[in-house]
Design a protein. Structure first.
Length: 659
């Protein structure tokens, strides 16, 4: 692996009270919400490594200091620390970083930027404390601060004799909004590349002569000649001979070395469309191409060791497919890359180990990374396949709801809407794992990974009549939590044998099942009783009947409604299977789409029974209740009158629909 940043630590700078990213990926894709500090992180790295950043920019302003809401932390030390690795076999890099080495095998170097009150001010502080014994901090202003760049271990860091940024730099492409303007500036990458060009002098002189001849030929036109003469006379009338100037029209300077800098960039072979005539997205792509060439030129020059490339929001003004293609190219072509983005299309194609998630907290912005130690190679590959443009939203979510399939993706937001809880407004993403393997997702989102709040909803899959008893879903959830069939707590209580019987089920009392389900809920895993549809039938029967009337023929709808009535009365396994068979024949996703329309306006029902216990079929409601607490700080509105007299509807002579 080539030279790269391997660790970053920032203290008291802008969004960051204390930010630590260790390890820092060689190819880093920094994602997060707006204003979380993605650009500030890149600027912190520029302060240490950008050779084009003047020293005046290293003297921070007061608003560059971390603000906890009570004001900037004036008086506190600002520290930006980076570790560099991957240069053990590069003799030039070893020489440049000799004063910064932490270890030789493997080669790791540390560079530290410190911005703090000057030594004189610090000495005065010590004297005041020693004389008076007071602990109050003397008044310090930002004008009392000074900066220095140190090398080596933090506790023994010393000022550097030669700043590494002259040889190991970073080049940042900002989130451009006007690439055309950038290309006309003196420090544009085009200007830098032209300055490095060494054309054949004879060709250059010939071109200059041709330009001179073309200019003279153009001036033979009387109208142009008259214009030039008019401008000269106007100037002379204004200032006389006090200022020797002779305005002259021309195509380009006649001197060869000046002519080279007049080269313009066009967007087409015919040289008819200049940069102002092309789209913003095209201009940004061309600008990035020039920047990559400039970075490559720096890397190949003798005076540089390497240049790290930073790119802010490469998705700006680009079509989705071009975003993915461009980012894929950067991943392949750039050995040391730091990219910031809030596009799920970019995140979707990012290697999982490269993702750095920034998130705001009460103590400033913090960073989390994918848990390489908790994910197998196969799990990483599977997750990367799952991270298409839709599922990549989980990285940007405030809360993630993990579900088994696409049906839940339609149904969960609809039920939340019925309770006045708009998931989109609160940054909640419903993510289908396309099965029942939640473990990779929980590892990725858990406290040792990206640390994103999340819940998992899984079917109970009870395929026997007996209740309560162990079910496939319950056992699966326990393995997900403990990687063993039954929870340690219940084994210690002697509730079960260590392994289920050969028939796959163990009878239990209701209190034991409640303990199991509550223990899983405490780990944000919510297990239903049967399957999604047959559980929800007991909660929202009218919504199912309305969906059936729109999707099925009248004859089939009547039969389907009969299954709904039977299940509500406590019908057994055969009835549940029949209802699911009809749904699957139509398509579970298709049925869920139609059902969602009616669930979103359904009457609210309780998730607890008359004894205050959670209803087995209400796991989805219980999960949404937890999400609501996280997002809104309040529970779903439970115990709301349903507006339906279920007892009357299902009484012997109540005339239930479908009978």
């Amino acid at each position: 692996m080539p030279l790269h940043i391997s660790r970053v630590e920032v203290e008291n700078f802008r969004n960051f009270k204390h930010l630590l990213i260790d390890p820092f990926p060689a190819t880093a894709v920094v994602v997060g919400a707006n204003n979380v500090g993605k650009s500030n992180l890149l600027h912190a790295l520029r302060i240490i490594l950008d050779p084009d950043l003047p020293d005046s920019a290293r003297r921070l302003r007061e608003d560059d200091l971390y603000d906890d809401g009570a004001g900037p932390c004036v008086g506190e030390k600002v520290r930006i620390i980076i570790d560099l690795a991957g240069f053990g076999e590069d003799e030039k890099a070893l020489a440049v970083l000799a004063d910064c080495l932490l270890t030789v095998e493997p080669a790791v170097a540390r560079i530290e930027y410190v911005y703090e009150p000057s030594e004189e001010i610090r000495s005065d502080d010590d004297e005041q404390e020693n004389d008076s014994g007071a602990q109050e901090q003397p008044a310090v202003s930002i004008d009392d601060y000074d900066w220095q760049v140190l090398g080596g271990a933090t506790e023994s860091a010393r000022p550097l004799r030669t700043e590494p940024r002259r040889y190991i730099g970073i080049r940042v492409l900002p989130a451009l909004r006007d690439a055309t303007d950038e290309l006309t500036r003196r420090k544009s990458p085009l200007r830098e590349l032209l300055d490095r060009v060494k054309p054949d002098q004879q060709i250059l002189e010939g071109a200059a002569a041709d330009v001179t001849a073309a200019t003279e030929d153009l001036l033979t036109d009387q109208a142009i000649s008259d214009l030039q003469q008019a401008v000269r006379k106007q100037t002379e009338d204004m200032i006389g001979s006090a200022l020797p100037v002779s305005p002259t029209l021309g195509i380009a300077p006649a001197l060869p070395h000046q002519l080279l800098r007049q080269i313009r960039l066009f967007a087409d072979d015919a040289r008819r469309r200049g940069m102002p005539d092309t789209s913003l997205g095209t201009a940004n792509v061309i600008y990035l191409a020039l920047l990559l060439q400039a970075v490559a030129a720096r890397r190949s020059s003798r005076e540089h060791v390497t240049t790290i490339l930073g790119v802010e929001e490469p998705e700006a003004h680009l079509h989705v497919q071009i975003q993915r293609r461009l980012f894929g190219y950067l991943l392949r072509a750039e050995p040391a890359l730091i990219l910031t983005s809030h596009s799920p299309h970019v995140a979707a194609v990012a290697p999982l180990p490269s993702i750095v998630l920034l998130r705001s907290t009460d103590g400033g912005t913090v960073a989390t990374t994918a848990p390489a130690s908790l994910l197998s190679r196969e799990q990483v590959r599977d997750l990367e396949r799952y991270m298409d443009a839709t599922r990549a939203e989980l990285i940007f979510a405030r809360v993630v709801v993990l579900v088994e399939g696409d049906a839940e993706r339609y149904i969960v937001p609809a039920i939340a809407a019925a309770y006045g809880f708009d998931l989109t407004d609160h940054g909640v993403s419903v993510v289908s794992v396309q099965g029942t393997d939640f473990q990779p997702y929980k590892n990725l989102l858990g406290p040792s990974g990206l640390d994103i709040p999340h819940v998992a909803i899984t079917d109970g899959d009870r395929d026997i009549e007996e209740f309560p008893a162990t079910t496939s879903g319950l056992s699966r959830a326990l393995r997900l939590m403990y990687n063993r069939p039954l929870s340690k707590k219940l084994r210690e209580q002697g509730k079960f044998p260590l392994r289920p019987r050969r028939d796959g089920h163990v009878a239990m009392d209701l209190e034991t099942r409640k303990l199991l389900v509550d223990e899983l809920a405490a780990e944000e895993i919510y297990v239903g009783d049967t399957t999604l549809e047959t559980d929800l039938v007991k909660l929202f029967p009218e919504s199912f009947k309305e969906a059936a009337s729109e999707l099925f023929s009248e004859r089939v709808a009547i039969k389907f409604n009969g299954f709904i009535d039977d299940i509500y009365r406590g019908g057994g396994l055969d009835v549940r299977r029949s209802l699911v068979d009809y749904i699957e024949a139509k398509g579970k996703g298709r049925f869920a789409q139609r059902l969602a329309d009616h669930l979103s306006t359904a009457d609210r029902v309780d998730m607890v029974d008359d004894q205050g216990d959670h209803r087995p079929e209400a796991a989805l409601l219980r999960a949404l209740d937890r999400v609501s607490l996280i997002c809104r700080g309040e529970s779903l509105e439970m115990r709301v009158e349903a507006g339906l007299d279920f007892e009357e509807m299902f009484s012997a002579d109540g005339g239930a629909a479908g009978e």
